[in-house]
Design a protein around this ligand. Sequence first.
Ligand SMILES: Nc1ncnc2c1ncn2[C@@H]1O[C@H](COP(=O)(O)OP(=O)(O)OP(=O)(O)O)[C@@H](O)[C@H]1O
Length: 232
Amino acid sequence: MIEINNLSKSYGINKIFENESITLTNSCIYALVGVNGIGKSTFLNSIIQPSTLDKGSVKIDDIPSTDFTAKYHYAFVPDTKDMFLNLTGKEYLQFVSELYNQKEKFDELLAIYIPKLKLENSLEQTISSYSLGMKQKIYLAGAFMSNAQNIILDEPFNAIDPESTSIIKKILFDLKDTGKMILFSVHNLDLVSNFCDKIIFIDNRHSIFECNNPQNFDVLEKIFFDKCVIKK
Ligand SMILES: Nc1ncnc2c1ncn2[C@@H]1O[C@H](COP(=O)(O)OP(=O)(O)OP(=O)(O)O)[C@@H](O)[C@H]1O
């Protein structure tokens, strides 16, 4: 569970958020939606980097995000694909496993996620040699294998083919069923119209509002055009 209270954030004179509050509950998949440059990554970074907040507070599983132990309660995959390039895929996953104290379950989780993500033949290669989609999948595998309660993903479906998209959605569903909170940002409404439980919109005035997923692309698109698109 993640509670965000009175979040305010500006970059110089560019005000992104002012006094925004929202609570993200367990056993729920949230998609974060808004036009380019409105503040989706800024919102995600506000959760994981408390020092970047101008004002407000974040609690992760009731622990203030400023407390170091809060870090063990979430796994975050940023939108950059250039992390840990000199490690092999397996070394990266071992590193994440140790970080999150999941060493004992490493082999079991590896056997679950790696075949699903079709990374069996790449584990011994360095991440630098991976394609964009393979990099994305190894970072996602790390998040899944961390067993963190809250999974936060910036554009997880970028560079992912339709087959793997479907597999990753199924994995997220399964993780939700074990009680996890999942939050991800997305540009493509098609991807979420029949997938997540709730949509968090950042509207054209940088206000955050949440709604149940209407499970209908046309309805979702109408909300997006009415509320999120910046009118000239
Ligand atoms: N480090 C920074 N310094 C200055 N301005 C920034 C910085 N990071 C982001 N911004 C600005 O903040 C605004 C929100 O950026 P952010 O990356 O959060 O948007 P986004 O919704 O994730 O965009 P996109 O959909 O294009 O990925 C943009 O106007 C961006 O230019």
